[in-house]
Design a protein around this ligand. Structure first.
Ligand SMILES: [Zn+2]
Length: 479
């Protein structure tokens, strides 16, 4: 990429002269809901509650959620009464798949063999509401979908990883089958969201036991075609691993942490091109899905799950560029989980920056610098000690700044939907309705085209869901 490409896309003269956009001006208001929750509680009742409390017009529900089984082998999500749950929430059709086992169905489990999209649509249609499907990529190979073992990434030591490779042709074919089946057999489906929660190889290798991938037979020719020297990229990745591990073991680089890190990059510049290649391979997956869905039914609004890591990970931000996503995105769902970011960003800072990348400075300097580099105000956000003592939420200013960054970078080429998460289980931030109201108002001030209410509907305290609705209605009255 040349300097001109960067300057055109990544600098904005006034931080606010926006393209009027290619979509309707109506505010988009939706909420994600877990299929087991809405089926158990009752669809009609849940839709009424969503509408009355938070002005919800669009419901987003998993069609497939094998992702929940990727965190430990043999794990199976269960209902609160202990009944094991299905991972396929729609009726699938074997003719779309090369191997029928790839449907991943378990019709014998709770809610198996039903179609949550069809069932929600039946109740949503008379209420004037829309139904979107969603899938998160189950990229860790834990046996949830038979055959995924064959799609494994190959790490920098030539060993198979437990992550799937974006460029494996059969893995590409797998998603083509799922999408074809889903979109063709749900003609009323208004939208679809896809995404994953995995970042690039460099940070996941730095100071880890195993280097990341992928150096498989499918990736290598593609990377070579870009002019990448594979061997230099591979050695560079191993050097980054060693660099992190030495610092973690208490060694101090003679010329300092930052200089030594930068020295590795200058010695192995192909590592950077290769890091971008990994991210581009991930984005190619989105491009394929976008093109496929638009080819079947152009009206389906295709959007992407932007994982929460984008709001705290500087290296991922460098390779995942919002300004380039417009050509294959109708909308972006941007996680701004202001309650959980305190603990989550502290974990990321502790792992990568505190002692390693920013280890030349003490944390009194490096933590405020870290927040500043992310675009947040270290004087406004809570200090590191607060997060260490207990879960502490970031402020509505965090939500405003991150939404503004995205809206500015996307520049009208796609809709931006903020996804403020609150009341997330296991985060004890005790979020109050006034804060939710401010967060929603600030996201709208930043120019987002819509919002998703919460991370998951079932997590939300009613008073906070109602505060969300109040903020939306007040904003619409004023504008
Ligand atoms: Zn590969």
């Amino acid at each position: 990429m040349g300097a001109a490409a960067i300057s055109a896309a990544n600098f904005h003269p006034a931080f606010g002269i926006l393209n009027p956009g290619k979509f309707k001006p109506d505010l988009f208001i939706g909420t994600p809901v877990l299929p087991e929750y809405i089926l158990h509680r009752g669809i009609a009742q849940t839709l009424d509650e969503m509408r009355d409390m938070a002005d919800i017009k669009t419901v987003l529900v998993f069609s497939h959620d094998h992702v929940f089984r990727q965190y430990q082998p043999g794990f199976r999500p269960k209902m609160h009464d202990g009944q094991p749950l299905t991972n396929v929430w729609v009726k699938t059709h074997p003719e779309y798949y090369q191997d029928p086992a790839l449907q991943g169905r378990h019709d014998d489990l709770l809610f198996g063999g039903r179609d949550v999209l069809d069932e929600i649509w039946e109740e949503a249609q008379p209420r004037g509401m829309e139904v979107y499907a969603r899938i998160l990529e189950p990229f860790v190979i834990t046996g949830a979908i038979p055959g995924f073992e064959n799609f494994a990434e190959v790490d920098a030591n030539g060993e198979k990883r437990n992550h799937v490779c974006f460029n494996h042709p059969e893995y590409i074919a797998y998603w083509a089958s799922v999408i074809e089946d889903l979109v063709r057999t749900h003609p009323y489906m208004h939208g679809f969201k896809f995404g994953q929660e995995r970042g690039g190889p460099m940070l996941s290798t730095m100071g880890s036991q195993r280097p990341a991938g992928c150096f498989c037979q499918h990736c290598i020719p593609l990377a070579r075609n870009r002019g990448i020297d594979i061997e230099k990229a591979r050695k560079g990745l191993l050097a980054i691993q060693d660099y992190g591990n030495r610092i973690k073991a208490g060694e101090k680089p003679v010329d300092g942490n930052f200089v030594t890190f930068f020295r590795i990059l200058t010695q192995y510049p192909d590592l950077l091109s290769w890091e971008q290649f990994w991210m581009d391979s991930r984005e190619e997956q989105r491009k394929r899905i976008y093109t496929q869905i638009k080819g079947i039914k152009p009206k389906v609004q295709v959007g992407w799950h932007i994982c929460h890591g984008m709001t705290w990970d500087l290296i991922t931000r460098a390779t995942w560029d919002y300004s380039k996503m417009g050509t294959y995105s109708d909308w972006l769902s941007v996680a701004v989980y202001f309650d959980s970011i305190g603990r989550r960003s502290m974990g990321h800072y502790n792992r990568n920056y505190k002692d390693i990348l920013f280890g030349d400075a003490t944390e009194d300097y490096s933590y405020p610098m870290y927040l500043s580099m992310l675009g947040y105000d270290p004087k406004t956000e809570p200090p590191l000690e607060a997060h260490r003592e207990q879960d502490t939420a970031f402020t509505p200013d965090y939500v405003y700044r991150e939404c503004k960054r995205v809206v500015t970078a996307v520049n009208g080429a796609a809709h931006v939907h903020a996804r403020p998460g609150f009341d997330m289980p296991s985060y004890d931030c005790n979020v109050q309705p006034e804060t939710v109201y401010k967060v929603v108002s600030r996201a709208l001030d930043a120019g987002v085209d819509g919002l998703w209410c919460g991370r998951e509907w079932d997590e939300l305290k009613p008073e906070n869901a109602m505060a969300f609705g109040r903020a939306v209605r007040d904003y619409q009255r004023k504008n």
